[in-house]
Design a protein around this ligand. Sequence first.
Ligand code: MLC
Length: 481
Amino acid sequence: MDSGVYGLLGQRFGRGMDRPFLRVPGEAAVTYGEMDARSAQAAGWLAGQGVSVGDRVVAQIPKSVDAVALYLGVLRLGAVYVPLNTAYTSAEVDWFVGDAEPAVVVLDESAMTAGLDAARPLRSVVERQPDHLAALVYTSGTTGRPKGAMLTHGNLACNALTLNEAWAFQPDDVLLHALPIFHVHGLMVALHTAMLSVCEVLFLERFDAAEVLARLPEATVMMGVPTHYSRLMRLEGFAAAACGRIRLLISGSAPMTASLHRDVAGRTGCEVLERYGMSEALMITSNPYDGARVAGTVGFALPGIGVRVCAADGRPVVGQVGMVQVQGPNVGPGYWRRPDATAESRTDDGWFITGDVGRLDAGGRLTLEGRAGDMIISGGLNVYPVEIEQALDAHPAVAESAVVGLRHPDLGEAAAAFVVAEPGTAADVDELPAALADTLGDLARFKHPKRYVFVESLPRNTMGKVLKAELRVRHGRLFLD
Ligand code: MLC
């Protein structure tokens, strides 16, 4: 793999340069050849800005054809792509820029597009080895400080090849793509897998259930998060007729409930294929393409990947609940400039500790049972309570707070804040949520609690630690009733 992941993709799509790649509804499809040329312009533009091999390029830009060209241009130049959620506030972006120390930060899409138009294309693909860095994908940390998960060319290439085969991609597939492209799911899993078979990608700007339903009859494969499927289920037209060409519906990034899995199958005749992954290790397990897709499970370790579940004493166990650990060419080398966090995430024998709790059956099928920490997965996005609690606690009317994830009919799980008002501040409970939302102004809106509950005190154990599990049980139906 001398020319890295771009070399691999190019080798495959080089056979079909005239074939359509990205098709935005209402626009002419961009062919593979056109994307190859555009990414060469992106590489030329970046080189003109002083970007060279190994430099980071941070991008916070809307989903577009040129955003894909920028990503591919970074890969072919041998630089390191750092995508940021478009919902991040400028305070959050400043933090990421400070941490990643990029050569270039792309925030203005139209200036970028003009830059690409004017750039001299750089057609060569820089030589890269499997252990060279290709991307940093930020995931928030348990201490509230985000960590950049490093992904190499080798990680991306091997995972793409594995998924392309496991999910039986063929040149006549049409992938319906309504995911954001600032995370591994929409950017790498979806695009690389399709590119390896030179497939067409129906490229929707965002997930709008009605629009997705309208486009579904043209597609053969869709990848989404459970919220996408639960939103589709609310539309009557989401039924077998709309899925006439569909051969595969894939779900990931958050657990799909067994009932949603059954409901989708009942309505469309398609058994959703649920898979499991994370930014640090790309895709880890998948339900089988041929074989039983069991609702509520995430299937088997993908070829070449080791998955084990370990008890508290570190012993691998079968049939019992324990910590899920992973090993393989999919696992990234660690967190950017955080050797402490990298070391903490590895066992002594080098397995990556996912932070997920699960159970393997004797046949190797994995069922996830929850997470070791407090992390909330809301609509496929990770939300870290400590970051929100720290901001809430800084408000003068707040004595203390605890943020937990509770079941939510749309988002799967959503953040709820339990707040103890500061005595004597005479906080007006009706006005407090608005005031607190203001306090959270530096944090992206998707992280903000969807509900504030004012309580006299927080439940604690004898050591004084807040019992979040008790809050989750006691208020488990907050968003459901
Ligand atoms: C949007 N909002 C959310 C949210 N998304 N709140 C909580 N959780 C979310 N996921 C809030 C906004 O802040 C805003 O709040 C309001 O909802 C409307 O915003 P929107 O942008 O119009 O939302 P919508 O388009 O409806 O988006 C919801 C969604 C989207 C579920 C379609 O979040 C989505 O596409 N999620 C997919 C995420 C994803 O790709 N994850 C992959 C991670 S990779 P307000 O208060 O301003 O009104 C990974 C590894 C792996 O995990 O295995 O795949």
